[in-house]
Design a protein around this ligand. Structure first.
Ligand SMILES: [Zn+2]
Length: 218
């Protein structure tokens, strides 16, 4: 699904390799929001999981990023363009966002995509202040589009948890899963459950102890 061609109408663009992205303009950001609302449903615009504090930046093993690299691979299965909007205007500079995104792709998203080839990134980077881990390139909202979104989100959530992927935060939000790598969260709120995408019903430690039965992996 993520490589489906969209009409190039100025608000939604497609890279030469077929990745849909949005221009860094008010129109582009509005189109990104519209598509998030369509794919994710209620809660898509909530910023209820804003972390209090971001950990220090670590540039180890990061490639150099400029917009010339936008449509090139940052990991085995993902490109910088999969973050959806060029990494300008976030909580930190573009090179730092791109580096964080590379690490999220290498450490988490590659492994999820290998297991779920239809995996779709509904939201990667988000410009603006107060955009939680998304504003730093450290988080992605992922889902499998189609009639079984919720069931597929459960499977993705359980796969990430049961395989011990090194997320900093993992949120089950109903239609989608929010996953962050190297972002701001603490152990007590590493895992959150918001079935309607908006209201969190419970928070859990990384071990997943006490998760509801349909989301439990151990
Ligand atoms: Zn998110």
């Amino acid at each position: 699904m993520c490589d489906t061609k969209a009409p190039a109408i100025g608000k939604r663009l497609t890279t030469a390799s077929g990745v849909i992205y949005y221009p860094n303009t008010p129109e582009g950001e509005a189109a990104a929001k519209e598509d998030r609302n369509k794919n994710m449903g209620p809660g898509a615009e909530e910023e209820h999981h804003a972390p209090a504090e971001q950990p220090p930046f670590d540039s180890t093993d990061c490639k150099t990023y400029t917009d010339a690299q936008w449509d090139t691979g940052c990991s085995k299965l993902f490109k910088y363009s999969h973050m959806g909007i060029k990494p300008n205007g976030g909580g930190v500079g573009p090179g730092e966002v791109a580096c964080n995104w590379q690490k999220l792709c290498e450490n988490i998203l590659d492994k999820v995509k290998a297991q779920f080839p239809a995996l779709y990134i509904s939201s990667g980077f988000r410009p603006g202040k107060g955009q939680s881990d998304h504003g730093y390139g450290r988080a992605a909202d992922i889902q499998i589009l189609g009639p079984n979104k919720v069931e597929m989100s459960k499977q993705i959530f359980k796969f990430i948890g049961s395989n011990g992927l090194p997320y900093s935060q993992l949120l089950f939000e109903g239609n989608w899963v929010h996953v962050a790598y190297g972002g701001g969260s603490n152990a007590a709120s590493a895992i959150g459950i918001a079935r309607d995408g908006a209201n969190f019903s419970s928070w859990h430690q990384r071990s997943g102890a006490g998760l509801p039965s349909d989301l439990k992996w151990a």
